[in-house]
Design a protein around this ligand. Structure first.
Ligand code: UTP
Length: 295
């Protein structure tokens, strides 16, 4: 095995405005909206834990303080649960609490784009490779997406990006990669294009929101001009890095839900509810009745 620097930190950019989910996101960060009974951000943090991440870096913004509170002790609640002898609930709260000192929070003062949010994490990450997880994309699969990427990283080193295959007619909605030779469970990425004009995409593999990046991306983002939507775009930064360092695509084959979009959020709730033994029977029966009534 090649000795690539270990990926110990993961960055979670949670400073976006979530305009697609207004009015809910006026007061509730979209990362705190619940899928069944857990906030979206918990699913993504769990994926990082499964992959061996040891330090969690949240890039927050105004109105996102509740995310910081969520990963802290809630003394009043815990005292009340103790007094009522609610052991199961107490151990649930304990299980989601990060070890002291392993969660860092920094603020992106203005939502200038994903690339800028990532750049805001540079001092906390330092000169080491890091994972980047877009918290509104939640994954459902036997082996976590980031875990699979870490395994590929051990072989390939450099930068690793998770990709999924889409229908050709949908490629214009996504960041698409150009594919090269096979590497383990993936392939070399030779180029990237953000939202290609219909029919011009180099492949049907789209970037799904999980990355392992080398720290040189920070230097690139530092001087990067604004791109599409007048925002500092991560893809533009990666496009420069792809000319200097290796990029490997990890072909993720599980399900992905974009909880930042209404349909993705609803489908995530249904899919995760159906995979839970405790609520599946009820939800399944109600869903069947609903679908039958549609006909
Ligand atoms: P999105 O574009 O999906 O998030 O960014 P958004 O801007 O919050 O959503 P809409 O389009 O207005 O509904 C992808 C991720 O990058 C973060 C978001 O929080 C989201 O997790 N992000 C985006 C930032 O942290 N800062 C930004 O300036 C932009």
């Amino acid at each position: 095995m090649v000795g690539h620097a270990r990926v110990k930190k993961a960055v979670f950019p949670v400073a976006g405005l979530g305009t697609r989910f207004l009015p809910a996101t006026k007061a509730v960060p979209k990362e705190m909206m619940t899928v069944v009974d857990k906030p979206v951000i918990q699913y993504v943090v769990d994926e990082a834990i499964e992959a061996g991440v040891e330090h969690f870096v949240f890039v927050t913004g105004r109105g996102k303080g509740v995310i910081e509170d969520y990963f802290d002790i809630q003394y009043e609640l815990e005292a009340t649960l103790k007094a009522r002898n609610k052991k199961a609930e107490l151990s649930l709260l304990e299980s989601i609490l990060p070890k002291a000192g392993t969660a860092s929070f920094t603020r992106q003062q203005e939502p200038l784009g994903l690339g800028h949010a990532v750049w805001c994490a540079r001092d906390i990450v330092g000169q080491e490779p890091f994972a980047l997880l877009l918290p509104d994309m939640i994954m459902k699969s036997e082996k976590g997406c980031l875990k699979g990427m870490m395994e590929l990283y051990e072989v390939a080193g450099g930068n690793v990006i998770a990709v999924e295959e889409c229908a050709p007619e949908l490629a214009h909605r996504y960041g698409i990669v150009a594919t090269g030779e096979a590497v383990g469970e993936g392939f070399r990425i030779t180029d990237m294009v953000e939202k290609p004009a219909p029919g011009t995409q180099p492949s049907n593999f789209f970037i799904n929101g999980r990355y392992i990046l080398q720290p040189e991306i920070f230097e690139i983002l530092e001087t990067q001009e604004r791109g599409a939507g007048n925002e500092i775009q991560l893809t533009d930064g990666m496009l420069k890095l792809v000319k200097q360092q290796s990029f490997t695509g990890y072909h993720y084959r599980g399900a992905t839900y974009d909880t930042g979009a209404k349909d993705g959020f609803i489908m995530a709730n249904i899919a995760f509810a159906l995979s839970r033994d405790d609520i599946r029977p009820l939800v399944e029966a109600d869903l069947k009745a609903l679908v039958a009534a549609l006909k």
